[in-house]
Write a protein that binds this ligand. Structure first.
Ligand SMILES: Nc1ncnc2c1ncn2[C@@H]1O[C@H](COP(=O)(O)OP(=O)(O)OP(=O)(O)O)[C@@H](O)[C@H]1O
Ligand SMILES: [Mg+2]
Length: 325
């Protein structure tokens, strides 16, 4: 567990869920099969796609991406497959499509759920290895790129509703990876917040109750929302110490009891068996031990991770190691 750095990306892998996910990423990368990444908005789907390319044997070949939602259908088609000069009015010169540009690399189809039916059919044939023509072209092009696709819609629902082809869904998702929401890995909130703050304003820091407020919020916009909240707080606070008053209103109005905070945190770092079999004190000990192991014994960071003050943490550690207990 820790920070993964590749290309220009810095990525936290700071929870058992994310460690498991990265193992799947490495296996998927090595396999060469198409991958479908599903997950809520802002959970890191694009980062995961980049990781798959980076860890794959195709990493020195091109990475090409397209956002299927950002383009009207006819443009998506000419972008993907390219065109010859004069293929349509305005086609003043020939242009290769993204499949050609990706060569033996990775083609990332973001927001694949937005692709229209006609392109879904065309894509299906290509995933079956069929050659295609540039628009207005006569020369066959054989696609070689590996496809990684992402969606924040439940594609299965779109399939059930008849909006997305079932055969294409299965073809794209030879391997499926789901990025977990931030609220399912609350132990990562603190380290991510510290990292984003360091980026925005290196000498600023959070007041203790801010970390706790961040850790207990549910983050519907996930990591992107966290990054935005930190950036705006960093800009709003005059003296470099970020307090609750620098967060959006809904953070200020919430008060969470210590035991609620503890059980939420436990849900993020302990297995469900561990959670149900321990009394509160035992759970607390486990949490502290995990946090200390995770930070290599760094008390300040372990305290931050747990959402308690350093003094509280060190008092507990002393209590537990007293010989007469
Ligand atoms: N594990 C992580 N460590 C550090 N930063 C992360 C991590 N996951 C995501 N981010 C950051 O959060 C932001 C959102 O990530 P990303 O764009 O990959 O999400 P997404 O799932 O593709 O979102 P959307 O569905 O809205 O397109 C980016 O700024 C990204 O760098
Ligand atoms: Mg995205």
């Amino acid at each position: 567990m820790g920070w993964e750095r590749f290309d220009d990306i810095v990525m936290l892998v700071g929870s058992p869920l994310m460690t498991g996910l990265m193992e799947s990423v490495r296996r998927a990368a090595a396999s060469g099969a198409n991958v479908l990444i599903e997950g809520e908005t802002g959970t890191g789907k694009e980062l995961i796609a980049r990781a798959i390319h980076h860890f794959s044997p195709r990493s020195s070949a091109p990475w090409v991406d397209i956002n299927c939602a950002a383009l009207p259908d006819h443009l998506a088609e000419s972008e993907l497959f390219g065109y010859e000069k004069g293929a349509f009015s305005g086609a003043d010169s020939a242009k290769p499509g993204l499949f050609e540009l990706a060569q033996d690399g990775t083609l990332f189809l973001d927001e694949i759920g937005e692709l229209d039916r006609k392109l879904q059919s065309k894509l299906l044939r290509i995933l079956d290895g069929a050659p295609y023509y540039r628009l207005g072209g006569t020369r066959k092009v054989t696609p070689r790129a590996r496809i990684v696709a992402a969606t924040n819609r439940k594609l299965e629902t779109a399939v059930a509703g008849g909006e997305f082809r079932r055969d294409l869904y299965h073809r794209l998702g030879a391997i499926r990876i789901e990025t977990p929401p931030l609220r399912a890995r609350r132990g990562e909130i603190g380290p991510l917040a510290e990292y984003f703050l360091e980026q925005e304003r290196p000498r600023a820091r959070f007041a203790q109750q801010v970390i706790q407020a961040l850790e207990t919020y549910d983050w519907p916009g996930n990591i992107r929302e966290l990054r935005n909240v930190v950036a705006s707080a960093a800009a709003m606070c005059p003296d470099g110490i970020i307090g609750l008053s620098h967060l959006p209103g809904h953070f200020r109005d919430r008060q969470v009891s210590d035991s609620e905070a503890l059980s939420r945190l436990a849900a993020a770092v302990l297995t469900s068996e561990e959670q149900s079999s321990f009394r509160l004190e035992e759970m607390e000990r486990r949490l502290v031990a995990r946090a200390m192991a995770f930070t290599n014994g760094h008390q300040q960071r372990a305290a931050g991770l747990l959402g308690v003050s350093r003094r509280t943490l060190s008092r507990k550690l002393k209590e537990w190691t007293r010989p007469n207990r």
